[in-house]
Design a protein around this ligand. Structure first.
Ligand code: PGA
Length: 245
């Protein structure tokens, strides 16, 4: 099945369209399980979801969420942890039950056991209905970095130099960026019933073209999405420029 690709003239419309797809899923199935992402890209989506919730369009009371990833070595209350990010950008402003929120524990004493437990929790919850994704400049999804093989399940990952450099903007010094993360695997992501990937800005254009039109290759982890039956890719014009017509 071909990926569905939509290109928006206004950058914020790509994120808002993502909120519409998430909202639609929540209206159709109030006990939906969502896979959520961090980073700059989904911020507009989360803002719009908060607005739709304020407008009484959405009710999070029966929703469950699983985040894609978390840095290893940052406590949940660290200002750069993904737990802090999710609270500040979404969870503190919607009526989700705290026990329905799942984010890998970056401080787990045994990260391997944490990965297996996370995978099991997703399975026991019934699997992800809709997974929201961004994409890294190097084609990563979650923290599945370019590699010789597709890493299938939730695992502990060494971050690539490119990702460390891209994320250094959030830390006072590049040396403070954690070197490892726990991430859902490509296989975990592919099991989601539906996937919505948002990419905006010219620095994503090459990765978007490789994802959509390149070979299916673990050197561009997002390229595996070509084999998923229900993927919607939401782009702004700048992120779409390297796509051939
Ligand atoms: P960004 O990150 O939204 O901050 O660009 C996306 C990603 O790395 O997946």
């Amino acid at each position: 099945m071909k990926l569905i690709i939509r290109v928006f003239e206004r950058t914020e419309n790509a994120g808002q369209a993502g909120a519409m797809l998430i909202g639609g899923q929540m209206i159709r199935k109030p006990d939906s399980i969502f896979g959520l992402a961090t980073g700059s890209t989904p911020v507009t989506t989360y803002k719009q979801l908060i607005k739709m919730t304020d407008d009484k369009l959405l009710d999070w009371n029966r929703v469950t969420t699983f985040n894609l990833d978390e840095y290893v070595g940052l406590p949940g209350d660290h200002e750069q942890s993904y737990k802090t990010f999710m609270k500040a950008k979404l969870f503190d402003f919607v009526n989700i039950r705290p026990e329905a929120i799942h984010i890998p524990d970056g401080m787990a004493e045994d990260p391997g056991a944490e990965c297996m437990a996370y995978e099991r929790k997703i399975r026991e919850a019934g699997g992800i209905d809709l997974q929201l994704l961004g994409i890294g400049r190097n084609g990563h999804i979650g923290f599945n970095e370019p590699s010789d093989v597709f890493k299938t399940l939730t695992h502990c990952v060494d971050l690539s130099d490119d990702t460390i450099e891209a994320n250094a903007r959030f830390f006072s010094q590049p040396s403070r960026v954690p070197r490892q993360a726990i991430s859902m695997g490509v296989g975990t992501i592919m099991k989601a019933w539906q996937i919505v990937l948002i990419a905006t800005g010219s620095d994503k254009a090459r990765a978007v073209a490789a994802m959509v039109q390149g070979p299916i290759d673990p050197q561009c982890p997002a390229s595996i999405l070509q084999t998923h039956p229900r993927v919607t890719v939401l782009l702004d014009r700048a992120a779409s420029v390297a796509l051939s017509r």
